[in-house]
Design a protein around this ligand. Structure first.
Ligand code: KG4
Ligand code: ZN
Length: 360
């Protein structure tokens, strides 16, 4: 089966063609194209939905054309179309969904609406490698989501916990902004951490010991805000009115924190986030007797997270799977992979973008 997949939930316009043999438990990538409007958003320090949608419109046809051209397939060779229908930004989602519906109608192909979050998990089922054994626990860590999901098999998927406030990627992005680092904050904090000494600052590891599988990262962001404020304005004591201002309304950090302090804070923040993610994931894997742990989403590209996960699992009997970095961040291969394992075409007229979609 050969599937053309389209992903436009945020600031990436992505298309891919994947193929799957019924006997195999992975998909092959026949082509994979991603265009991003990140350059605009890095100038503004965050995603501007109108700009993201405008760029989606500009890129969508050239990206699909290039995907088909790269695959060397003809339209007749395609068996189905899969498209992300949520969650995401409504303007961005609509462009992918309406394009996919139009193509499905014109080419007379079956179409499948795919949940972006499940897509991130299925970035693990790509290309031949060690077989993924069920049951599995998936940690989905992206800019908008931090979720733990139990997969008994391909058909039985259950959400077991998630963030109560900011997602892990969102925490990286907001803290990056506080430190005056470029957007997105995750890779920037990872890079800054290389020269940092984590022990110089101690930040909370929120909910690390809680008895559920939930997360909370907004307190960490507030703690970094307090630290940055006290470095910039040592005269202001804890609890002054300045500390109560919303972190989000802060202007970009001035150049009044030196490079080493930024590196040290970045390193400590990264440690806190990684430790919480690893502790909760391993706890879930033990409780659900998982055989495999699957990581997915942009934050799964973080080297420290992978290293810490490996080191915690060295004495435990779980198999860790992490997609290559370019399949952790948004792409259409993962959307095609989910569709190939869960082939369920739907009537064209029933498919609509759903920005608030979550795990069903
Ligand atoms: O999955 P993704 O591309 O988009 C969403 O669906 O949200 O994830 C983007 C998020 C951003 O918050 C970004 O800062 C984070 O993933 N990210 C990272 C790294 N690369 C991307 N966070 C930590 N370390 C990284 N290397
Ligand atoms: Zn994503």
């Amino acid at each position: 089966m050969k599937i053309l997949a389209i992903e436009t939930s945020c600031d990436e316009t992505a298309a891919a063609i994947v193929s799957k043999n019924p006997q195999e438990d992975y998909v092959k990538i026949l082509s994979n194209v991603v265009a991003s409007s990140l350059i605009y958003h890095s100038q503004t320090g965050g995603i501007i939905p109108d700009i993201a949608a405008r760029e989606q419109l500009k890129f969508i046809i050239p990206v699909i054309e290039k995907t088909i051209e790269d695959s060397k397939l003809r339209i007749e060779d395609l068996d189905a179309i899969a498209v992300t229908y949520g969650p995401g930004l409504i303007g961005s989602l609509l462009i992918g969904v309406e394009t996919a519906k139009t193509l499905a109608y014109l080419w007379n192909k079956p179409i499948m609406p795919i949940n972006h979050l499940l897509g991130h998990i299925y970035a693990n089922f790509v290309n031949e490698k060690s077989k993924i054994e069920f049951p599995a626990i998936a940690l989905l860590v992206s800019g908008g989501h931090t979720d733990l999901v139990f997969l008994k098999n391909h058909k039985r998927v259950k959400w077991i916990g998630g963030t109560l406030d900011d997602a892990a990627g969102e925490a990286f992005d907001k803290i990056g902004r506080l430190l005056g680092l470029p957007y997105p904050g995750g890779p920037a904090i990872e890079q800054a951490s290389e020269h940092g000494i984590a022990g110089r600052f101690t930040f909370p590891r929120p909910m690390i010991g809680s008895h559920d599988f939930n997360f909370s990262f907004s307190g960490l962001k507030a703690a970094v805000f307090r630290e940055v404020t006290s470095i910039r304005h040592p005269e202001r004591s804890e609890g002054s009115h300045a500390l109560k201002r919303s972190v989000d309304s802060l202007p970009k950090a001035q150049n009044d924190i030196d490079k080493q302090q930024i590196a040290d804070i970045a390193s400590s923040v990264q440690n806190s986030i990684v430790q919480v993610l690893v502790r909760k994931t391993v706890k879930a894997a033990k409780k659900y007797n998982a055989k495999s742990i699957l990581l997915g989403g942009g934050v799964a590209a973080n080297q420290k997270l992978k290293e810490e996960m490996h080191s915690q699992l060295s004495t435990l009997n779980f198999q860790l799977h992490v997609p290559p970095a370019h399949l952790c961040t948004d792409n259409a291969v993962m959307i095609g992979a989910y569709a190939a394992f869960n082939y369920k075409p739907q009537n064209l007229n029933t498919i609509t973008a759903n920005p608030e979609l979550y795990f069903q």
